[in-house]
Design a protein around this ligand. Structure first.
Ligand code: F6R
Length: 606
């Protein structure tokens, strides 16, 4: 949450900072600001609202200077306002600070500084840091920041500049991601390497407890205790095109349409037709180790948790290993039992979700082994896990997950196939799954091409205030994801329920005003699903269905049929129309689709 970008070099900093902010806006978008060192003084511009609001208050000639920092905010301490926007400065306006995270002892530090005569101009925890740094007397900025951080408790990723010492940006990390970008005679700092694509050639990821002095000609890293450390850099890979909407109206629409390509990349090089299995090299598990797995526990938040729920179903069904998904945000608070023969799997698109990271750390602290299923290469969770599966879905810019949900589900199908084939799955079953996996990209493309056929369903949902999404077994994972998508982008209340549970309570709420969207695959649970639909119809509840061709759906208001796959993979296809549905409803209601209210893409606070 909150995007940070910084530049030191010989180019004008402002255009680079603004480009970085536009790319990072998905991290938070309630206010934005920039500080550039102009003729030995800090020039600061900040504004409540989106980056385009900040653009509108920048002076026409820009802020001429070659060193600067910038920030896009997702408010924690202090409501979104011009005053609370970052960068924050000390009383003299010499020190500029941008911060992602929460300083836990801010109130106490604020009291002490106020008693010392400091006048605060914002309600933020971050401003405390600017004053603390300005009061330090160390010779260098990096030492002053290090000393100030010694007084601070909490989580942070920060970047600091000092108008009196313009040669460097100081960046530090304790829980909030920070990368240093290496260019040609210029250097960058960012909360997310994606801000630097097209500019930095290499990146170095700071670890927790590290502080970097970043100059135009290089950077050095210390621990917060003051010991020097060496940092390896990695080539920055990725395409700038991922940050462009192209012909699409929204990133969400673009990313839905990109799913065939995303799935192709997730599958690339991982289908082993010789042995009718999958090959995920990054999991680093020998066949014998796979045989020893007695249980699988999948941890993730939001959509990642729902994709993990489907993943657990796939693993249990195909590999016959008991598997279960749990919200990572809850996991560590119940003092979980960690077992040696359980395989823990952390799922995260961004690789930066604090709750997921904390869950992994809890597993590792107790001696458990964790694999990551992650999209963002080199992200904190990917590094913490050390091994796992990269999705290669490409950057996902819309705040809501679409293509990464699908790619995560596909990655779980590959893992389940690989685990299954070292156990009891037959070669013939493996071959069927390989064929079905290979067919997915074209099948997804065919669904996306029929977007207009989803409109009768979205028209009904757009008129409702509440809706149920129901499904059985793996269909319930699809229902959960579909309901979340609708809530997030349309702000309509949608509740997912296992279809079998409807009669145990929620049926009381079914009325002509409350539509139920049912996931109705043509599988061995079809008769049960049709009975549930009949129960809803009897209470005069409108029913919408996402289904397969040929399913007899009497009395259903509107339906959409997806192509048939192998039964285990059907849920992946059944989810695609729900993404289109959420998009259409939100668009019809005029919502801010790519940046829904109150949300941010990467939730790096607890
Ligand atoms: C839903 C959504 C969120 C994220 C969740 C986890 O559309 O985007 O629910 O799925 O915050 O994020 P990652 O996958 O980055 O850990």
């Amino acid at each position: 949450m909150c995007g940070i970008v910084g530049y030191v070099g010989d180019r004008q900093a402002l255009p680079l900072l603004m480009e970085g902010l536009r790319r990072l806006e998905y991290r938070g978008y309630d206010s934005a600001g920039v500080a550039v060192i102009v003729d030995g003084a800090l020039a600061v511009a900040k504004r409540k609202g989106k980056v385009r609001e900040l653009e509108s208050v920048l002076p026409a000639p820009g802020l001429p200077g070659t060193v600067g920092i910038a920030h896009t905010r997702w408010a924690t301490h202090g409501e979104p306002s011009d005053a609370n926007a970052h960068p924050h400065t000390d009383a003299t306006g010499r020190i500029g600070v941008v911060h992602n995270g929460i300083i836990e002892n801010a109130a106490e530090l604020r009291r002490r500084l106020t008693a010392d005569g400091v006048v605060f101009r914002s309600d933020t925890d971050t401003e405390v840091l600017a004053h603390l740094i300005a009061r330090r007397t160390e010779n260098s900025l990096v030492e002053a920041v290090r000393a100030a951080l010694g007084q601070v408790k909490g989580a942070y990723g920060i970047a600091v500049i000092d108008a009196a010492r313009p040669e460097a940006i100081v960046a530090a990390r304790n829980g909030g991601p920070v990368v240093v970008g290496v260019g040609d005679g210029e250097m960058f700092v960012a909360s997310d390497a994606s801000a630097l694509m097209g500019h930095a050639r290499h990146v170095a990821h700071l670890d927790d407890g590290e502080i970097a002095e970043v100059r135009a000609d290089g950077f050095s890293v210390l621990t917060l205790e003051g010991a020097e450390t060496t940092k390896a850099t990695q080539a920055l890979e990725g395409e700038v095109a991922g940050f462009d909407k192209g012909d699409h109206s929204h990133f969400m629409q673009k990313e839905i349409a990109e799913q065939p390509e995303a799935v192709r990349r997730t599958l690339l090089g991982r289908l082993d037709h010789r042995f009718n299995t999958a090959h995920l090299g990054g999991i680093e598990l020998a066949a014998r180790e796979m045989l020893d797995i007695r249980r699988v526990k999948i941890l993730g938040c939001g959509s990642a948790y729902y994709a993990g729920t489907l993943g657990a179903h796939l693993i249990e069904t195909l590999a016959r290993i008991p598997a279960h998904a749990e919200p990572a945000s809850e996991f560590r608070y119940r003092n979980p039992v960690i077992e040696q023969d359980t395989l823990y799997i952390a799922v995260s698109q961004s690789g930066e979700t604090f709750d997921t990271l904390a869950a992994i750390q809890e597993v590792k602290r107790k001696g458990g082994r964790v694999l990551g299923v992650i999209n963002a290469v080199g992200s904190t969770i990917a590094r913490e896990c050390g091994r796992g599966v990269y999705l290669h879905a490409g950057p996902e810019v819309a705040v809501v997950s679409t293509k990464t949900w699908t790619s995560t589900a596909v990655a779980f199908a590959l893992l389940a196939l690989q685990l299954g084939r070292v156990r009891d799955m037959s070669a013939a079953h493996g071959a069927r799954l390989l064929a079905a996996l290979s067919a997915l990209p074209d099948q997804i493309a065919s669904i996306v091409a029929r977007e207009a056929e989803v409109e009768p369903l979205s028209a009904i949902l757009a008129r409702a205030d509440h809706a149920y999404f129901i499904g059985r077994s793996a269909g319930y994972a699809v229902a959960m994801e579909g309901a979340l998508k609708l809530k997030e982008v349309s702000y309509l209340h949608a509740e997912a329920y296992p279809a079998s549970e409807l009669k145990h309570g929620p049926l009381a709420l079914i009325s002509p005003e409350t539509p139920t969207l049912a996931i109705v695959p043509n599988d061995d649970l079809l008769a049960k699903n049709l009975s549930t639909i009949a129960e809803v119809r009897t209470r005069h509840g409108p029913v919408l269905a996402v289904t397969h061709e040929g399913v007899p759906l009497d009395g259903v208001e509107a339906s959409f049929a997806v192509p048939k796959s192998e039964p285990e993979l059907d849920p992946i296809l059944l989810n695609i129309p729900l993404q289109l549905l959420a998009y259409q409803v939100a668009r019809g209601l005029g919502r801010d689709i790519d940046q829904p209210r109150n949300l941010a893409k990467s939730v790096t606070v607890e």
